[in-house]
Write a protein that binds this ligand. Sequence first.
Ligand code: HEM
Length: 645
Amino acid sequence: MVGGVDMVSIRVHYKLSMNTKDSALRSCNRRPAVVLGGITLFFIRKYVENQEKKSSSFPPPPEVPGLPVIGNLLQLKEKKPHKTFTKWAEEYGPIYSIRTGSNTMVVLNTNDVAKEAMVTKYSSISARKLSNALKILTCDKSMVAMSDYNEFYKTAKRHLLTSTLGPNAQKRHRIHRDTMINNMCEQFHAHVEMYPSEAVNFRKIFQSELFGLSLKQAIGEDVKSIYVEEFGTTLSKQDIFKILVIDPMEGAIEVDWRDFFPYLKWIPNKSFENKIRQMHFHRQALMKALIEQQMKRITSGKEINCYLDYLLSEANTLTEHQRLMLLWEDIIEASDTVLVTTEWAMYELSKDPERQKRLLLDIQNVCGSNKVTEEKLCQLPYLAAIFHETLRKHSPVPILPLRYVHEDAQLGGYNIPKGTEEINCYLDYLLSEANMLTEQQMLMLLWEAIIEASDTTLVTTEWAMYELSKDPQRQKRLLLEIQNVCGPDKLTEEKLCQLPYLAAIFHETLRKHSPVPIVPLRYVHEDAQLGGYNIPEGTEIAINIYGCNMDRRVWESPDEWKPERFLNAKEDTTELHKTMAFGSGKRACAGALQAMLISCVAIARFVQEFEWRLKEGEEANVDTLGLTTHKLHPLLTIIKPRNEG
Ligand code: HEM
């Protein structure tokens, strides 16, 4: 369908170009006829495009009825849209559209259609749609998770995976995870010793240690306090956590009514802007102070395996590259190839008066008596043809700088062994290397690594421990599995693959509690079809992971927490990812491995070392809060060390 539209526009464009060329050859006196022809073709083109759209055999998705102007906004008042979306899915089906003010949003509520959007139709639905709050907090998409699919995204994601989240990086950061889990267990033991019959606040211990790990991975140190000049004061770790994690998570769901009525964006909303800008300013000042402190460490010669050191070393190499490349590029392109091409073009035109005249007519036709400007270039096909023909005939760069094949490859059906020189484009290579990050982007990427590591893993582990604490039978089953595999030894990451029940607990927790209930919004940047419906360009897309995980056609008794449902999957590992808790396709969660390693080892070690029981009254505390499904009330449990018999 999209291809069809393209073909039509190419055909019409071709006709239009031909028309321009012909008119250039005719006399200027015939211009009214040319203009009339142009207008007619313009309308024909629009008509054909509209017919293409109308003739789409796909209907629009069902609409949830709303009010004039505001659409469905009033129905979405409570801050848990995933639940309202899931309720609507029962009435309007797995895919429907709603109106949030003047915006149209399509909501996807089943695995099939969500996968179609995230995987099959990715190329039409890869751009992020950000609220005004997120635009400020993400410094206009300067983060991997919130950026569109572009060069910045690819570079930044490569850095994040290479230095921090990819399998090799995770091996290098293993020591931090082991230390973190040991610290947590020690603190639980210390609590029992001091207050044997009092409930422990699970979140307080887990959150602080997890945040410490995220700081170590990002900037190399679990910072306990820092002086920030802009604030004129020293911040504690608690303050740092608030500014870097809690405030932005809250800010991310702040609503600016102008999000829903973009045509009113000229009206100021000062209280909203001040609030979000202040969060941004605080984060900015604090991140700068943290980075400066670490720069002193680096200058003193102490390197640490962390994201900051990696980014700086990359940036340094790139700066040198870039300086060299810019010099080279400026010199070679400005003073050489452009000259070569223009000189050859003028040579050809000077010896060919007919073509020179044709070009002149073309220019006069478009510019009249005015001088040619860059804006007019797109209307001068004959000029473009002269440029390209000169490039073809005189090839200013006859052979591209050499490269060599660094691993065996096939080219044109032949085997090309490693080490063979290949003609390729050096410029592209330099350009990609020069794709350097600015200081602000680096700050944002470091902050991203901190906030993402500090939140969802806590959410998942806290809910898993809640479920296990209220279910002694399943807790016992897990303990037996661990004892069977580890005997009296403490569980380590190497043993995870032998613990299917633990994996089932992890995945069932992700399913029932969907830590990221709605995938960060995307919008459709070219007309697409989803689930048999036509989705026009500009539509916002909300993928309701929570709704998918509560779908009765896929999950039996979806409200129950039943890890055994994942044991039936037996060898089929794809079954484990049926929850789509980490998203799917190219934008699937980059931190899934880290989340799984931390959460699974923590759950297993906590159950190995303690017996867990909910504090009285805690069972009813199932409410959630925020962008992710944070337990509203921190988990309170009574713990008893196992070795006490
Ligand atoms: C249980 C824990 C986690 C869950 C449920 C989760 C879930 C998600 C989801 C649903 C997405 C969006 C996928 C999409 O847009 O299609 C995402 C993206 C992302 N997550 Fe996670 N996440 C978790 C942990 C983490 C951790 C620990 C980190 C880093 C330390 C992390 C880093 C990221 C990044 C960088 C992206 C963007 C990936 C991209 O756009 O290519 N996540 N996550």
